[in-house]
Structures are given as C-alpha cells and as structure tokens.
Write a protein that binds this ligand. Structure first.
Ligand code: TXA
Ligand code: MG
Length: 331
C-alpha cells in the first residue's frame, strides 16, 4: 500500500497531473485536509471519487482552481459578496458556492444548480493545479462518514487500493476543512464553519453571514455524524472529566481520552492524548488525535469539551459530529 505514497518533486507532480488527465484519481495535500482529486471536467473520473469514498453520488464535490480568475469558467454569476470573499481569502481555506456554469456536470454538483469553488494555498496543491491546467474536483480523501485525513498515511489507511497515487506533503497546516459560504443571492450563508473564522468573514462582508437553515443548499459535511470515529465518543465538561473516568473505569470500561486542560488521573486509561490549549493548534491536531484514540480499541472515547467562543466554532462543530450516536447517518 505504501508504494503509492510518493514524495513531492517535479517528476511526481507531472506524473500526478498525467494521471488526472487520463481520468484517474490522485490524492494530494491542501492546507486544510488531503483531497481525493479527479479531473472536474471529466464526469466519469468524478464518479470514480464516489466509488473510492463509498459516498452517495448525489453529494456535490468542491472544484479546486489554480487562480481566482478561473472562477469565471465554473460559475455563471459572481456576486459582489463572493468577489470580496475571494479577494480576501484566496488562495486559502474558503469554499464559495456559486451558480454553476452550464458545462459543469451533475457528477460535480450532485445535480444542484450551484458549484463549490476553492483556490487552495498549499504549494503542492497549487503545483498540481498548475501542471494539470484545469479544475480538480476533490472531496476530503477519507471513506465517506469517517475522519478526514491530514497526512498521506491517513489517506492510504482509509482508501487503500482506491487511489492510484498519494502525493506526500506532510501534515496539513489547518487540519480541519475549509469554511463554506454560499453566495447564490445577495445574502451569503455559512454552510460549514472551517479554516476561515466567522470574525474574519464578518470583517470582509460588513456583517456575519447567515447560518444555514433547512432551505440552504445541502453540504454533506453537515450530515449528523460526518466526522465520526468508530469508537463511541462523548463530550464531557472539564470539571466532570475525572468523575466520569472514575465512574466508567469502575465498570471496567476501556477508556481513551482527548484531554485539553485536565491532567491525567490515576485510573487505567488505554490512550490519553493531551491536546493543545489554543484553537488553531487544537484544530491542527484534531483528526490525527481522533484517529489515534480510535485505534486504541477502547469502549468509549471521552473528549474534554472546549470553550464555546467564536474561535472554537469549527472545532465545536467537528466535535459535535464526532460524538453523535450511531443512529445518525454515518456512512
Ligand atoms: O477543506 C476542504 O474543503 C477539503 C479540501 C480537500 O479542499 N474538501 C472537503 O470536501 O472538505 P468534502 O467533499 O469532504 O466536503 C465539501 C463539502 C461537502 O459537504 C459538500 O456537500 C459541499 O462541500 N458542497 C460542495 N459543493 C456544494 C454545492 N454546490 N452546494 C452545497 N454544498 C456543496
Ligand atoms: Mg469530507
């Protein structure tokens, strides 16, 4: 399996671009998470993404572009709000949903009349986009419903033979997915909190974007347990964590714990991970930490709740999804 993970150099970038041109899938690093890329102009290639991920075919995928100017080829209208957001945050961890251009396939849009566009800042993503010369459709490179990958190894562990080539760009800087803002009309709507904070959006837009209601375009990242580990996970307030551990340990439950401010107690714990205190570092490590905790084969993962403020919005969104029950749609 590891043979398909390749280091990044001029030869492997050219090889990856050639694979995309011939309709194959390539996994590549972005500043947020690793993406599973296909030629966005080739509907058959895009359909291979859904097969590799085990993802329903009616879910839209983001088209990654080399330059902000390329938006004109993929969207038929670009409202002023979208122009401002693009100017402020591209290249970077922001996805903008716009009315799709006529040629954009249903495989990309999930049959919707809109398309999600993003100009990533990661140098490897940019090099691949430049070498390929078109749009690259890419969801996160994980099995549908599982934890997003932030290293090449995560991609290989998840997708195995499902991907021809994995460009190894090391660990992703941001660590959680892009912020998604729909700019269909005059009123921008936040569909998914992510790498760009709400305060930064508000500064550029002059007000905070509306948050998604039932009528908003569907984003599969908003399905109930889209980021779930296999082990049941629960959030616990910091001041209740020791008591919860004591209680569960006394019932011989095998525990894995993602702590932040709380110190490790004396009870036997299969896996104790001490997460960084600040939100950006916490987000950077979050998915790798969840994978490590999941691998401990514990009965339950306890996650110390994090602060509620705007700086923690995207992290709280992902933690809430990771701790939803199995009754939710998780695949
Ligand atoms: O950071 C990211 O956004 C990563 C990297 C690889 O760019 N990509 C990513 O893709 O997270 P994915 O497919 O795992 O999540 C993208 C989300 C999905 O929830 C999808 O439904 C939504 O974007 N999306 C894409 N196009 C859309 C559209 N036209 N309307 C509404 N939601 C859309
Ligand atoms: Mg995803």
């Amino acid at each position: 399996m590891s043979a398909r993970i390749v280091p990044v150099n001029a030869e492997t970038i050219a090889r990856a671009a050639a694979r995309l041109q011939s309709g194959e899938l390539v996994a590549f690093p972005t500043e947020t998470v690793y993406g599973l890329g296909a030629d966005a102009g080739n509907a058959d290639a895009v359909r291979r993404i859904f097969a590799a991920k085990g993802r329903p075919a009616d879910h839209p995928v983001i088209v990654h572009l080399a330059e902000p100017a390329d938006v004109a080829r993929w969207a038929r209208a670009v409202p002023e709000t979208a122009r401002r957001l693009a100017a402020a945050f591209w290249p970077g961890p922001l996805t903008i949903i716009l009315p799709r251009a006529a040629h954009v396939s249903d495989a990309v849009t999930g049959g919707q009349d809109s398309v999600g566009l993003r100009v990533p800042s990661h140098p490897v993503a940019r090099a691949l986009l430049a070498a390929f010369g078109g749009g690259i459709a890419a969801p996160s490179a994980n099995r549908f419903g599982r934890i997003s990958p932030t290293t090449a190894r995560h991609v290989a562990d998840d997708l195995g033979a499902g991907v021809a080539l994995i460009l190894d760009g090391g660990a992703c800087d941001v660590g959680i997915e892009s912020t998604i803002v729909a700019c269909i009309g005059d009123d921008p709507v936040l569909l998914r909190p992510g790498g760009i904070g709400i305060a930064s959006l508000a500064r550029v837009l002059g007000r905070a974007p509306r948050t998604a209601g039932a009528e908003a375009p569907r984003a599969s990242g908003t399905l109930a347990s889209h980021y779930a580990p296999k082990t049941p996970a629960m959030l616990v307030a910091p001041d209740a964590l020791h008591a919860e551990i004591r209680q569960l340990a006394s019932h011989d439950e095998r525990l894995a714990v993602l702590a932040r401010t709380v110190a490790r107690p004396r009870e036997t714990i299969e896996r104790w991970v001490q997460a960084p205190a600040e939100a950006p570092a916490y987000a950077h490590d979050l998915y790798a930490n969840l994978r490590a905790l999941d691998a401990a084969a514990a009965d339950v993962i306890l996650i110390e709740a994090v602060p509620a403020g705007p700086a923690w919005l995207a992290v709280n969104d992902r933690l809430a999804r990771a701790t939803r029950g199995e009754d939710d749609d998780r695949d």
